[in-house]
Design a protein around this ligand. Structure first.
Ligand code: FES
Length: 110
């Protein structure tokens, strides 16, 4: 694969936690560029904020994935970003209301 097609940037540090905001077709059509800009506007120590290629959840976009803990958010709006940053990235409490239900299945037997 030519270097220009790789998704890793020269300053990529695998030890960093990452917020990956899909910037591929479906997510872009649903506003993921604005979601990426909203994350980039926040101060998030310890996290790399990155636009990514398709993450395979195209009809649930904009897709936001936090690694290495593999928390997947779906249909994220720019207005959701401050809560994700404060509660999850800084506070350690992921926002279950925005979880992608395909990834984070709930098993309710009641
Ligand atoms: S286009 Fe964003 S997950 Fe596929």
């Amino acid at each position: 694969m030519p270097e220009s097609e790789t998704t890793q940037e020269p300053d990529f540090q695998p030890e960093l936690r990452c917020v990956l905001i899909c910037q591929h077709q479906s997510c872009l059509r649903n506003g993921s560029a604005a979601v990426l800009a909203a994350f980039e506007a926040q101060q998030v120590p310890g996290f790399a904020i990155r636009g990514s290629g398709c993450q395979g959840q195209c009809n649930m976009g904009p897709t936001v994935r936090v690694t290495p803990e593999e928390i997947w958010y779906c249909r994220v709006k720019p207005s959701d970003v401050p809560a994700i940053v404060e509660q999850h990235l800084k506070g350690g409490k992921p926002l279950e209301a925005l979880f992608n239900p395909r990834i984070h299945m709930r098993f309710n037997y009641y």
